[in-house]
Design a protein around this ligand. Structure first.
Ligand code: GDP
Ligand code: IMO
Ligand code: MG
Length: 430
């Protein structure tokens, strides 16, 4: 009865959507446990490309029950837009379950996200502008609105009043914006209540029953380890727990139910938004990775920052998440390089760091110490077994595996469903 957690090991966009899809036919439930529609997961099935934001990628697998759990923040308008777009493409979305305890992203959260970023100026985070941070802030401040609240108009009105009280002072007096009325917010939210009601349930109970019945449950993280609110490059992070621990608090399933933790990691590194990035490239090699890897954001269309693989991050992700397996993606993008540098440690003002410096200033000053591995020229997109890879690509994978301390259980060699090299079974008992 495996409980499998799947997380991003770097700064997001590692190919979690594809990895989830890969497991799709073998899992019964796919649970999104953190974040919201800041995520952008791409799944390519045959020649059809799907971009998922709020919905778990598992929604594309027939028979899978997709679950939006309590740790997620839900923009209801986006939820229905995404559902309708999938229905139009013939996807059966009828099994979707949404936790009544999930918080909602209200229109004023989006407004505050945008004005705060503008106000921050050069100290901005580079958020996706989807209202994620302000919604989580309300949750922690205990003035958030949860799914359950939509079904009781009196409660909903009182909660909106409570939430808008301070915000309107801020919007009007600090940000020079118009005040948001309780009625406009109430009307906006109430229009969704009837359509939502059948989907909303206590998903923790559902998942417990499923696990007791021997079903396989996959917990799919949005964002990634280095964007985690506690373990990422704070303050340049998202506002949720994107690491493996988040699967537990974000779903209400206890840690003893988890059998394995898969970390998805790219064969190089990318980042969207602001914040430190030691192996970042500003030259033609960086441009090559961006072009060849198609590194443009699925959610905002922003060009992703690109850089070499960072083994310090891989080791850190292994430790923080307790990884049991790695899915290495986009190895094909590195084809055609004479040498492939890999960051093995950092130099911080003359001191060598083999482990991630947790102090922010040290990480900002970190200069990568590289080891250069030999590249390969052969097209690897048709490789379906490890032995099909040219010797230098095999050596690259083996070196990464040794450096991270976690076995590499699958290798991505292209965006399509079948463009993968299976190495070890990804679903296994502890
Ligand atoms: P996610 O947010 O982690 O789900 O990842 P994204 O979908 O934002 O970004 C990953 C991108 O890489 C998508 O365009 C995928 O189609 C693509 N992709 C995934 N795995 C591979 C791979 O092994 N090779 C190549 N070339 N592309 C891949
Ligand atoms: P997936 O799930 C990459 C980044 C934003 C910004 C920071 C905070 O596709 O890997 P937020 O809107 O969350 O408050 O923004 O986090 N970010 C992501 N970067 N992939 C994502 O999701 C991201 N979700 C948020 O760019 O730097
Ligand atoms: Mg993405």
């Amino acid at each position: 009865m495996p409980g499998v957690v799947l997380v991003g090991a770097q700064w997001g966009d590692e190919g979690k959507g594809k990895a989830t899809d890969l497991l799709g036919s073998r899992v019964d439930y796919v649970v999104k446990f953190n974040g919201g529609n800041n995520a952008g997961h791409t799944v390519v099935i045959d020649d059809e490309k799907y971009a998922l934001h709020l919905l778990p990628s598992g929604i594309l697998s027939p028979g899978v029950v997709p679950v939006i759990a309590n740790g997620v923040v839900v923009d209801i308008e986006v939820l229905f837009q995404e559902l309708d777009a999938l229905i139009e493409r013939g996807v059966d979305v009828s099994r979707l379950l949404v936790s009544g305890s999930a918080h909602i992203i209200a229109p004023y959260h989006r407004t505050i996200d945008k004005v705060t970023e503008r106000f921050l100026g050069k100290r901005r985070i580079g958020t996706t502008g989807r209202g994620i941070g302000p919604s989580y802030a309300d949750k922690i401040n205990r003035v958030g609105i949860r799914m359950w609240d939509l079904f009781d108009e009196k409660i909903l009105r009182a909660k909106i009043e409570g939430s808008l009280d301070q915000k309107n002072h801020l919007l009007v007096k600090v940000y020079n914006r118009r005040a948001i009325t309780v009625d406009e917010t109430l009307d906006e939210l109430l229009q969704y209540a009837d359509r939502l009601r059948p989907m909303v349930t206590d998903t923790a109970v559902e998942l417990d029953k499923a696990i007791q019945a021997g079903k396989t449950v996959l917990f799919e993280a949005g964002q990634a380890t280095m964007l985690d609110i506690d373990h990422g490059t704070y303050p340049f992070v998202t506002s949720s727990s994107a690491t493996a621990g988040g699967a537990v608090t974000g779903s209400g399933v206890g840690p003893t139910r988890i059998d394995s933790v898969i970390g998805v990691i790219k064969a190089y590194t990318t980042r969207v938004g602001e914040g430190p990035f030691p192996t970042e490239l500003f030259d033609d090699k960086g441009e090559f990775l961006r072009k060849t890897g198609g590194e443009y954001g699925v959610t905002t269309g922003r060009a992703r920052r690109t850089g070499w693989y960072d083994a310090v991050i891989a080791r850190y992700a292994t430790r923080i998440n307790g990884l049991t397996d790695i899915v290495l993606t986009k190895l094909d993008v590195l084809t055609g390089m004479e040498k492939v540098p890999v960051c093995v440690a950092y130099d911080v003002d003359g001191v060598r760091y083999d482990e991630m410096p947790t102090d922010q200033t040290a990480f900002h000053h970190a200069k990568p110490i590289y080891e250069e591995l030999d590249g390969w020229w052969e097209d690897i997109s048709k490789a379906r077994a490890f032995e099909d890879l040219p010797p230098n690509a095999q050596a690259y994978v083996k070196t990464l595996e040794e450096m991270s301390g976690t076995r590499i259980s699958a290798i991505g060699v292209g965006p399509k469903r079948d463009e993968i090299i299976p190495v070890h079974d990804l679903i296994h008992p502890r």
